[in-house]
Design a protein around this ligand. Structure first.
Ligand code: B1M
Length: 631
């Protein structure tokens, strides 16, 4: 076989995600005397780049990337020991991880794969990485670069802290710092002193490769470290120590103490229940309903920790009551965390006091998955009891209650790990489907508990894997989709309840909405993702509005800005959204079927002012806007 044919065969093996072929041709390359490094770069890595580009064009989904990565690693295991080592060059160690507080790792793993393919020696610290671990490991391994990922605005500040720690220790100029993930912009990267960022995994490698070429050979020498320490000493002293003010708590305390003077008096014509129910049926209302997912943040009024909010029924119910009352929301959507089933199935869940819990320790063995019994002490029991109490409290305030649970696939990915489930779905579908059957059984039991015992007005299910960037619609339908169709949607019908879906994905497969006769669908609109399929209210109302009530267009992230300009912007945008929604409804011969809401949870540390800027604006301006447009 000529060299080029071996390279092509290696690339094809990666594109096909075929480990056996990758190993076979890697061995063939060695047997035929092909240079091992060339076989990796011109064969395996080329295949990885092909799949990655297909993914960016929307022609492949995450499972294909994961399988391609496995094949690439299989080939590399054979070739790497034979790479001719240049005695003068040291290996380029790159530390990678997802920042503390964040367990999203699909994107980070893809970046790691592409960097491995480019020849970097990746040291993966995993997810939820304590900030000083990045610095300690970089020092220990004399790293060429640190590569940090995060998907949440609430955790991105940790990246700046890592950079400051590097400066303090005199390590900053010894290595390259790259940051990335959906919320990270070029401007943000620059503002925190990172060397670079990139939009996707392929671009990340290009940026890293060009940045590391600027790192000098003696970057880790004692004199460089001392020089670097001196350089940043002054600027760090100028920055001073940042005092962390909990704006959410400050404003909550103010509202609590001075409720009558701080909260405007709204003269509402309808009760919250009348308004929500009428909008749900597209009847005339006094104004559109409003209910951002201001869930964990409502704990500020109780006050209690996030941990108590998500694990103690009484505290949860108190938060629901406070949220409805002080934020003046038309319903409370009870998102606590997405770890309820995972905890009951035995996965380890980390419960920070003041932030969203995260499933961190996954189960190893599919065989060990056993459907738990809902009984005192389980998270599901607590959630059902919490929603029972919350429903009573919401009703006393004249508001409907919307409980929320994770769907079978979210439950399974939280129990076993998302990356694993997404790749096993291709390689071992029967095992995954059997496991999904078990989580679906538990979800059904929780649904029954909710319908029979807690009796909230609505039960919302999180189905975020219906996402155009992760699974194709066809693949989704072969997994959770068929369970939604055959088991979950019929159970809603059996209890005479509407199917209510929350999907925090930006580009879900919209047509699936119809498949289970969805009556309420909460989505997120990301203007930057329009080319990938993110849709706004105009599209959604025109296409599905008659059957389905929508809500969620406002990004949860905008609630973090409580500067005077931010508050004014929120107010103006809330007016504009109501006007546009009502005009669209009118054009479609409809009256009210839409809720002003957010596509995902408002960050639990968000300032209360920014939330009331939305909810109070709807209450104050909504009736007039409604009359003007609807007559
Ligand atoms: Co979460 N989640 N989630 N979630 N989740 C997001 C991120 C969110 C944007 C949804 C939304 O609001 N619409 C939102 C964050 C909002 C915010 O910023 N404040 C959110 C939230 C709120 C949450 C929870 C808090 C929900 C809750 O419990 N209340 C919770 C957080 C738990 C925690 O971490 N403490 C949570 C949990 C989860 C699951 C566990 C269920 C699951 C993650 C499973 C896993 O990763 N193991 C999940 C998922 C899947 C998502 C969405 C739907 C998809 C993320 C994803 O994997 N995308 C996401 C919504 C969205 O982004 N559309 C959402 C595909 C992946 C290939 O892309 O990661 O962007 P991405 O990586 C890209 C680029 O960003 C870039 O390259 C990659 C490949 O092209 N890139 C880099 C990434 N790192 C880079 C580094 C670089 C350079 C480029 O240089 C170093």
């Amino acid at each position: 076989m000529v060299k080029e044919d071996i390279f092509n065969a290696l690339a094809d093996a990666v594109v096909e995600g075929d480990d056996d072929l990758a190993e076979e041709y890697a061995q063939k390359a060695l047997d035929d005397g092909v240079d091992a490094y060339a076989a990796i770069v011109d064969g395996l890595a080329k295949g990885m780049k092909i799949v990655s580009d297909m993914y960016e064009r929307g022609e492949a989904f995450v499972p294909s990337l994961l399988l391609a990565a496995d094949a690439m690693y299989a080939g590399m295991d054979i070739l790497t020991p034979y790479i001719k080592v240049d005695g003068t060059a040291s290996p380029k160690n790159v530390i990678i991880g997802t920042i503390e507080g964040d367990v999203h790792d699909i994107g980070k793993n893809l970046v790691k794969t592409m960097m491995t393919a480019a020849g970097f020696n990746m040291i993966d610290l995993g997810v939820d990485v304590p900030l000083d671990k990045f610095v300690e490991t970089a020092k220990e391994k004399k790293a060429t670069a640190i590569s940090m990922s995060t998907l949440m605005t609430t955790t991105m500040g940790g990246m700046e802290t890592v950079i400051e720690q590097l400066q303090e220790k005199g390590l900053r100029d010894s290595l390259v710092v790259m940051v990335g993930g959906a919320p990270i912009s070029r401007e943000y990267a620059e503002s925190i002193g990172a060397d670079g960022t990139a939009l996707d995994a392929s671009a990340a490698v290009e940026t890293l490769s060009s940045l590391v070429s600027g790192i000098s050979e003696n970057a880790w020498s004692d004199s460089s470290l001392t020089e670097s320490k001196m350089k940043y000493k002054e600027s760090l002293a100028q920055k001073g120590t940042k005092e962390k003010i909990d704006i959410g708590l400050v404003t909550a305390e103010k509202v609590l103490a001075e409720f009558d003077s701080v909260v405007p008096k709204f003269t509402e014509k309808m009760s919250k229940t009348e308004r929500f129910t009428s909008a749900f049926q597209d009847k005339k209302v006094d104004r559109l309903p409003v209910a951002p997912l201001a869930c964990g943040v409502s704990r500020k009024f109780v006050p209690c920790s996030y941990k108590d909010y998500s694990t103690k029924a009484e505290k949860y119910a108190a938060c629901v009551e406070a949220g409805i009352k002080y934020f003046n929301m038309d319903t409370f959507v009870g998102l606590t965390d997405l770890c309820v089933d995972a905890a009951d199935f035995g996965a380890t869940v980390r419960y920070p006091e003041e932030d969203t819990p995260a499933a961190t320790g996954h189960l190893e063995d599919y065989e060990k998955l056993e459907v738990p019994e809902i009984k005192e002490g389980t998270r599901a029991y607590n959630l059902i009891q919490g929603n029972k109490l919350a429903t009573e409290k919401a009703h006393a305030l004249g508001a409907p209650m919307t409980a929320l649970i994770e769907g079978p696939m979210v439950a399974l990915t939280q129990i076993m790990g998302a990356t694993r489930i997404l790749s096993d779905l291709r390689t071992n579908p029967d095992v995954v489907l059997k496991a999904l059957d078990k989580t679906a059984t538990y979800v059904e039991e929780i649904m029954k508990g909710m319908f029979e015992e807690a009796q909230p007005d609505n039960l919302c299910m999180v189905t975020l894997w219906t996402n155009n960037v992760i699974l194709s619609a066809e693949e989704y339908m072969k997994s959770e989709g068929q369970i939604m169709q055959k088991r979950i949607a019929p159970l809603y019908k059996k209890y005479n309840k509407p199917t209510v879906i929350h999907n925090c994905s930006d580009v879900p497969h919209w047509d699936l909405i119809k498949k289970w006769d969805t009556k309420y669908y909460s989505y997120t609109f990301y203007p930057d993702e329009v080319n990938k399929g993110s849709k706004d209210h105009q599209y959604l109302i025109n296409k599905y509005g008659k059957e389905t009530m929508f809500g969620g267009e406002v990004s949860p992230i905008v609630f973090l800005d409580n500067s005077p300009e931010g508050i004014e912007k929120m107010k103006a945008e809330t007016v504009a959204l109501q006007e546009s929604v009502l005009n669209t409804l009118k054009e479609n011969g409809m009256q009210s079927k839409y809720m002003i809401s957010t596509g995902c949870e408002v960050p639990p540390g968000a300032p209360c002012d920014s939330i009331t800027a939305q909810t109070y604006t709807v209450a104050q301006k909504g009736p007039e806007i409604y009359r003007k447009i609807m007559g």
